[in-house]
Design a binder for this molecule. Structure first.
Ligand code: MLT
Ligand code: MN
Ligand code: ZN
Length: 310
């Protein structure tokens, strides 16, 4: 199984168009120790030929352009694409807007929770994806499925499970109180497996907290790619970028007693990688104390183009 990180940044990317935080300003200037990052997405393949995208970011066209494996191969006909499947883990704009770059008659299976498929149905712009070419398949929660397009298997299995999170920003319901109307299926995690080798990995780019159910699921995993949005819960407030905490945005922080380093420390996970990293996060600076801290704790910080073989 081959995994490619197409985009390692959170919503807005790095640098973000309207952001002049220290990280964004410095990466724009080309200062050493920082690299630009596009928005949240992975590609995975069992055979290196047929690919599944895990989330479709607004930067998808650029990501495909810098990933030769995702362009049509020679002698495959006038119209073709190695992209056979797209899976969505939330309805957030950074995870769905790239679907609009996959129109033009491309055929792929679109898997998402009932909740997220409902959001797509309610936004008629997504009807540019012809349902005869792009079947929309509701993800069974907790039951593995084989990734396939029109009955042809990609040789990979996928299990989707709900994780603590928050409904997409544009669907928040202030009248619903502190839950903002969040329901099961708004944020899911995935386990992708290769039945030929037994290898598998978890992909959880958005997660509000690690409860005992999630910790149990991740115990002993080979590889976990996990929500690395913020280092500290109040970092966007402290930098004058926003009035929201990480908790309010549905994202666990990396540091702190209830942060992800602590929560995933003793679970015997072989390899742990932060994805969906917000531009305010000090771990984006190679020479920061926070980056040293996550590395000391055994974590890696994903970068665009990162390749992992399992
Ligand atoms: C998030 O991960 O919190 C969202 O992508 C925020 C956004 O919509 O930009
Ligand atoms: Mn996001
Ligand atoms: Zn910034």
């Amino acid at each position: 199984m081959l995994i490619k990180v197409l985009g390692s940044a959170a919503g807005g990317g790095f640098p973000q168009v309207n952001c002049n935080c220290r990280n964004c300003a410095d990466v724009r200037l080309g200062k050493p120790g920082l690299r630009a990052r596009t928005q949240s997405s992975l590609a995975v393949s069992g055979d290196g030929k047929a690919w599944a995208l895990l989330n479709a970011s607004p930067d998808l066209r650029q990501q495909i352009g810098s990933t030769p494996e995702l362009s049509p191969y020679a002698l495959t006909g006038a119209r073709s694409s190695p992209i056979k499947v797209v899976v969505l883990t939330s309805g957030d704009v950074d995870h769905i807007a790239g679907l609009l770059s996959l129109r033009e008659g491309l055929a792929f299976t679109l898997y998402a929770s009932e909740r997220v498929l409902g959001a797509l149905t309610a936004n008629s712009v997504f009807d540019v994806l012809d349902r005869r070419l792009v079947p929309r398949v509701p993800l069974p929660i907790g039951k593995p499925v084989e990734l396939a397009l029109f009955g042809i298997s990609l040789g990979l299995t996928m299990e989707a499970f709900p994780v603590p999170g928050k409904v997409a920003l544009y669907l928040e319901d202030p009248a619903a109180g502190s839950t903002l109307g969040t329901r099961e299926g708004d944020t899911i995690g995935l386990r992708i497996g290769d039945p030929a080798t037994g290898a598998g990995f978890f992909y959880i780019p958005g997660c509000a907290s690690v409860d005992t159910v999630l910790a149990g699921r991740l115990r002993g995993a080979d590889l976990v790619l996990f929500d690395g949005t913020l280092y500290s819960d109040d970092e966007m407030i402290a930098q004058g970028l926003s009035t929201k905490t990480g908790k309010r945005m549905g994202h666990i922080s990396i540091s702190g007693r209830d942060g992800s380093i602590a929560a995933l420390r003793a679970l015997g996970i072989e390899r742990r990688i932060f994805v969906h990293v917000n531009n305010s996060n000090p771990v984006l600076r190679q020479d920061s104390p926070e980056r040293a801290e996550v590395e000391r704790a055994g974590w890696e910080v994903a970068f665009d183009g990162m390749e992992i073989r399992l």
